[in-house]
Design a protein around this ligand. Structure first.
Ligand code: ARG
Length: 460
């Protein structure tokens, strides 16, 4: 196959040159963006009087035909043509002759590939955004359906204080709503056209870059031709979004794994999202959650990989930059899969209300409330804390919980205790004593639900 850049070469590339250069096996997924970009470029060339109407029509027709061929799986991508750009251009020339050869006027693969990847990211972000909003909605819905359920809240994975199950769900929803902001930030950074920069210095034709900017629906235009072809920070922003979002999904997955274990039994994951063991018949494994957690490592790795590729690069384009795409594609694919998997798990999740109640009632989760009770009666908080601690210790040594203590027993620890203490040690009442903004009380939880619904509506 004749190289598109063969003019000044006498020898053919050796086998290893071809093998290490080839990227078409993964960058072919940019074909739609490549064709869109090329059509816009051809239209601009035509409008600026650089190519004829006839050539423009031929190019447009040829590119549409190629798109159909690829869509139908009838296009033969050739490794010898290196990448998606040269495969398409070469086929175009096959189809429409000289007009195809004029397409690359006032363009370089350097601004072309930067354009394609930006267009690709913009398309993907629309899909990721929809998935993310879907996931946030399901969390809000789950919260709304369980506002009355109280569970132990943890610090250090030790029972700390009672919280509403819905409050816990909404905590994850808030984290994901920040991911949404990060995603939209990445979109804003990506939404800038590099097309028309040429190889690095600009082009010797009086082109109009704003025409391609508008045709390709870019919000901004990159004003420095060297930056146009050297910049990959937009990809880093996407990879950073993917990393943080994967981390959030991974932390949540960890909880779903714990909660669905026979030790916790807080939730039940449906058969549709769990798998059995080939040897242990009793098992129901939370594979989806484990895979989300596991994939997070690769998503982080992809971000570091691109950072490392970029670290030592002089301006402007260097071939190293070809190594950007596999990380990008992999992280985008992975985050989409992970969000979808999380949605499926939550849709099918059963909340074990009885078990949550039992857990929050049996773990001294209201020991802080007990101390606050004494403090309100005038005991300095540090002393109140000490007293409450001694009561826990007493219970532990005597096989009791707060609810099986008699008033007489508890009064031995402090005279301040009166019969209203039963109200205080009740975990369900505890959540309602939380008065601060953003706390786990019902009214504060309801506020959060309203705010998150607003965010969902604004972003739909
Ligand atoms: N496949 C190349 C890449 O992904 C396209 C740009 C090639 N440019 C060049 N000067 N060799 O970066």
């Amino acid at each position: 196959m004749k190289k598109l850049w063969g003019g000044r070469f006498d020898d053919k590339p050796s086998d290893i040159t071809e093998r290490i250069s080839v990227s078409v096996h993964y960058d072919k997924r940019l074909y739609k963006q490549d064709i869109r970009g090329s059509k816009a470029h051809a239209e601009m060339l035509n409008k600026c009087g650089i190519i004829s109407n006839e050539d423009f029509e031929q190019i447009k027709k040829g590119l549409s035909l190629i798109e159909d061929e690829i869509d139908a799986g009838k296009f033969e991508f050739k490794r010898s043509l290196e990448d998606v750009h040269m495969n398409i251009e070469s086929r175009l020339t096959e189809l429409v002759g000289d007009a195809g050869k004029r397409l690359h006027t006032a363009r370089s693969r350097n601004d072309q590939v930067a354009t394609d990847t930006r267009l690709y990211i913009k398309d993907e972000i629309i899909e990721i955004k929809a998935l993310l909003i879907n996931l946030i909605s399901i969390l809000v819905e789950t919260a709304e359906n369980n506002t009355e359920v109280v569970m132990p809240g943890y610090t250090h994975l030790q029972v700390a204080q009672p919280v509403r199950f819905s409050h816990h769900m909404l905590a994850h929803a808030w984290a994901l709503s920040r991911d949404l902001k990060r995603l939209l930030f990445a979109l804003d950074i990506t939404d800038s056209s590099p097309l028309g920069a040429g190889a690095l210095a600009g082009v010797n034709y009086s082109t109009d870059r704003t025409i391609t900017q508008k045709l390709l629906d870019f919000k901004f235009i990159n004003m420095n031709s060297m930056d146009c072809v050297a910049d990959r920070d937009y990809m880093l922003d996407v990879l950073y979004f993917c990393s943080v979002c994967a981390m959030h999904l991974s932390r949540f997955s960890e909880e779903l794994i714990l909660w669905s274990s026979s030790e916790f039994r807080f939730i039940r994951l449906s058969d549709k999202v769990t798998t059995g063991s080939s040897i242990m018949p009793q098992k129901k494994n939370p594979d989806l959650a484990e895979l989300i957690r596991g994939k997070t490592g690769r998503v982080y790795g992809n971000m570091i990989a691109l950072f490392t590729v970029l670290k030592g690069l002089p301006l402007a384009y260097n071939r190293d930059l070809q190594e950007d795409k596999e990380s990008l594609f992999d992280s985008i694919d992975t985050i989409k899969l992970s969000i979808e998997a999380m949605i499926e798990m939550l849709k099918e999740m059963t909340v074990n209300k009885e078990r949550l109640k039992q857990a929050v009632f049996s773990n001294y989760s209201t020991a802080t409330d007990l101390a606050d009770y004494l403090a309100r009666k005038g005991l300095p908080f540090r002393e109140a804390h000490e007293v409450s601690g001694s009561i826990v210790k007493f219970c532990e040594t005597n096989g009791k919980d707060f609810f099986s203590l008699t008033l007489e027993e508890i009064k031995k620890f402090s005279d301040c205790f009166e019969s209203d203490i039963v109200e205080i040690i009740n975990p369900e009442n505890s959540t309602e004593r939380k008065l601060s903004l953003g706390s786990t009380s019902l009214s504060e939880v309801r506020k959060q639900i309203i705010e998150l619904k607003n965010i969902i509506e604004k972003n739909r």
